[in-house]
Design a protein around this ligand. Structure first.
Ligand code: FE2
Ligand code: FE2
Length: 382
């Protein structure tokens, strides 16, 4: 029996995957096709969507999209998913080979995965277990990744150049990704609240349009700053999306919410009495936990500290604070300058943002929250 194996994270499966699988089927003419979602691909970061959901997405976005001739012979192989640990391709192929010793196996993957083959587990053995296929990208002709090893055969044609990582952040930032993802995959992802689609839907309903636009602009900037400064872009993006969730309430309702939920805001009585708007960051943190099930303490901290600041701020806290203060939708004349500075010297940008915030508060004779003052003093003393 001739088996075509397509492994990957499929987080989410996209049109590039579908085109690759179809081209491989037409070239290999398999008796059966196994799409094998990884529980956690060994060389990749942990996937954001749970494995059983990715398996369903792979069925919708890959198998159901194959021409009937191939669709009939295709199924999702759940072996790696059920293993609940990272499974190496060599394990999967060896297992399939043991079940069908006379069978011929063909393995297909994208250009980047093929290039990383020498780092896969037991590459020499792996190479003998299957015939290897890859698909070249439609663009990025001069991309820096090395060419795939010579035993890889190239499928005819070129394949949409879609990165799942970029796709996840585009989805989380509310961008139209219909040219990359099939609608049924998107609908299923939305049903499971993947890729922050549930957060976006909620923000769209609860925030004023300008606040929603600010959120998207700020989250995109936070993500870019995280990339620049070696922080986790997904955490920065998530903190960005959530940071102003509490702005759905008017200031009097913020005070009421914070009181009812017993939020631990330093100087609560003065804050609630004099500057209740300042409570929204703690409310956003509370909503992040309760409504969106966010449990990551680093993300929650960045959300909580984005307004008042804190003398103790992690790098993620600081870059989220800065991204909020100088996001591209801010009209202040020097926001662009601060933004540029943030990519070069995050702490210098932070000092500037805190100074601006204090100056603005003083200019209107406002009460200053002690956390912001402590942050300022700490930055000066540094
Ligand atoms: Fe805010
Ligand atoms: Fe904000």
């Amino acid at each position: 029996m001739r088996t075509l194996v397509f492994g990957g994270s499929f987080d989410p499966p996209h049109r590039g995957h579908a085109a690759l699988l179809r081209a491989a089927a037409e070239r290999v003419l398999p008796d059966r096709i196994l799409v094998v979602p990884a529980f956690h691909a060994p060389l990749k970061d942990a996937p954001s969507a749970p494995a059983p959901v990715r398996a369903e997405l792979a069925r919708l976005g890959l198998i159901a999209r194959l021409p009937a001739r191939w669709g009939r012979r295709a199924r999702v192989d759940m072996s790696e998913t059920r293993a609940r640990r990272p499974v190496y391709a060599v394990e999967t192929l060896a297992r399939l080979k043991a079940l069908d010793p006379a069978g011929k196996f063909h393995f297909v993957c994208g250009r980047d995965a093929a290039a990383s083959f020498p780092r896969w587990k037991e590459p020499a053995r792996l190479r003998r277990l299957a015939t290897w296929w890859y698909g070249a990208r439609a663009s990025r002709a001069g991309a820096k990744t090395p060419p795939p090893p010579r035993h890889f055969r190239r499928l005819p044609g070129r394949f949409p150049d879609i990165s799942s990582t970029e796709l996840r952040s585009a989805l989380a930032l509310g961008q139209d990704c219909s040219d990359a993802v099939y609608p049924e995959v998107l609908a299923e992802a939305r049903r499971h609240g993947l890729y922050s689609l549930d957060i976006l839907d909620s923000l769209r309903k609860t925030l004023k349009p300008a606040r929603y636009e600010h959120t998207l602009a700020m989250a995109a900037l936070a993500e870019a700053l995280a990339r620049r400064h070696g922080e986790d872009p997904a955490k920065a993006l998530l903190a960005g999306l959530l940071h102003d969730a509490g702005r759905r309430f008017s200031p009097p309702l913020m005070a009421e919410y914070a009181r009812r939920r017993r939020l631990k805001v330093p100087e609560f009585a003065l804050t609630a009495g004099l500057e209740p708007l300042l409570l929204h960051a703690h409310i956003s943190e509370d909503l992040a936990r309760r409504e969106f099930g966010v449990a990551d303490p680093e993300v929650l901290s960045a959300v909580r500290k984005h307004t008042l600041g804190d003398p103790q701020m992690s790098r993620l806290d600081r870059l989220v604070y800065v991204a909020d203060a100088c996001s591209p939708d801010r009209e202040r004349a020097d926001a662009a300058e601060t933004r540029a500075l943030a990519f070069v010297d995050l702490d210098a940008a932070l000092a500037r943002c805190v100074a601006d915030k204090l100056a603005h508060a003083l200019s209107r004779g406002a009460w200053l929250h002690p956390l912001t003052l402590s942050l300022w003093n700490r930055l000066v003393a540094r």
